[in-house]
Design a protein. Structure first.
Length: 360
């Protein structure tokens, strides 16, 4: 029959045995009032209850709000840290030591957690895995205490904060006795330095400086051509400075005692020895002096033990013989000049190599 205005008609079954007087069972049931009307659902006057019971995979919406989800958020508890008191230290680590620390927390509702650093600083080289809470990396080689705050958050947005510290200690870099041949070690931040005895050089004093060629020789050529110069060469430009490399098939020839042959080492080095060869059976170097400079402008003589300019022997008439001369006192130079003093025939001809160590 037709419903009176404002009435709602349900097709329903009435069940008495189950204590439900009114029950509607359809795939979808919509109850609505007319425009501007109210919908009132009231329980019995003597303490009756109103139940909204979704299916196993359903929920309850009011408007567009998932009420069950809202109740879960409201009723959820924040995560709980599973270890360490606030401001607790996570340990002390030596520089270079591996760090692997698992931060643990639990969520009372059993949802997954993620971790964030919210304050302070982790030790350089140590990183936080935000999904697992693992602190992993390598401890820096410094004496320091690092304090940092970590927030653990659940899927409902509830969180708990905790403050931790990690202590790092500088490792004694000299403990392994890295300086050889009597060198003395000085510990430094993350490294060390060696003070080498005379005659030795290199980071750990393992280089015999009198045998460490700088690379002028023709088979090495560590020193570029542009770092070699010849002044007042015989025949003008016919004899290039880069021909003056030890074991070169030619050589450099000077005009007289006003000539000099110069090598730029590129940076200051302590020079311990030099080697020479002649140019040919005709032009050979008998004696020479050395001059040294740090700036390329002001040169000083390399002196002997008596304090006067040292005179060194060349290869003489045996022009292919390599004659090596050790400096009486090692000299710190960037630029070193060979100044011929005496020679065979009419002009001094020679080839050279230099032996030096970096000035650590």
């Amino acid at each position: 029959m037709d419903a009176p205005s404002g009435w709602i008609i349900f097709a329903c079954s009435i069940a008495f045995a189950s204590a439900s007087f009114f029950e509607v069972r359809y795939p979808s049931v919509v109850v609505s009032a007319e425009t501007g009307g109210n919908l009132t659902i009231a329980a019995g006057p003597n303490g009756g209850n109103i139940y909204m019971t979704p299916g196993d995979r359903g929920t309850v919406f009011i408007g567009r709000t998932d009420m069950l989800k809202l109740f879960q958020i409201v009723n959820s508890q924040p995560p709980v840290w599973g270890q360490k008191a606030p401001y607790g230290t996570l340990g002390t680590f030596l520089g270079g030591q591996a760090v692997s620390l698992q931060l643990t927390a639990m969520d009372p509702e059993g949802t997954s957690l993620h971790y964030e650093k919210i304050s302070g600083a982790l030790p350089p080289g140590v990183f936080l895995d935000r999904a697992s809470g693992l602190l992993n990396g390598t401890a820096p080689d410094v004496d320091a205490t690092y304090e940092f705050g970590i927030r653990v958050m659940d899927e409902q947005g509830k969180y708990a904060d905790q403050t931790f510290t990690i202590d790092t200690r500088e490792r004694d870099q000299c403990r392994s006795s890295p300086c050889k041949n009597g060198g003395s070690c000085t510990d430094d931040m993350g490294t060390f330095s060696c003070s080498c005895r005379t005659g030795y050089g290199g980071k750990t004093c393992t280089i015999s400086c009198a045998s460490e060629s700088v690379g002028v020789a023709n088979n090495l050529k560590t020193i570029p051509d542009a770092q070699m110069a010849g002044h007042y060469s015989f025949g003008g430009s016919d004899h290039k400075a880069y021909e003056g490399r030890l074991n070169s098939p030619t050589g450099w020839i000077g005009e007289n005692t006003n000539s000099w042959f110069q090598v730029d080492l590129g940076n200051p080095r302590k020079v311990y020895a030099v080697a020479t060869q002649g140019y040919s059976a005709t032009f050979n170097l008998l004696t020479f002096q050395l001059q040294c400079s740090l700036n390329g402008n002001t040169f000083s003589d390399v002196n002997g033990l008596n304090g006067t300019a040292a005179v060194f022997d060349g290869s003489g008439t045996s022009f292919n013989t390599v004659t090596k001369q050790t400096l009486p006192v090692p000299d710190l130079c960037r630029y070193i000049r060979f100044v011929p003093k005496t020679w065979t025939n009419s002009h001094p001809g020679f080839r050279v190599e230099i032996y030096a160590c970096e000035d650590f």
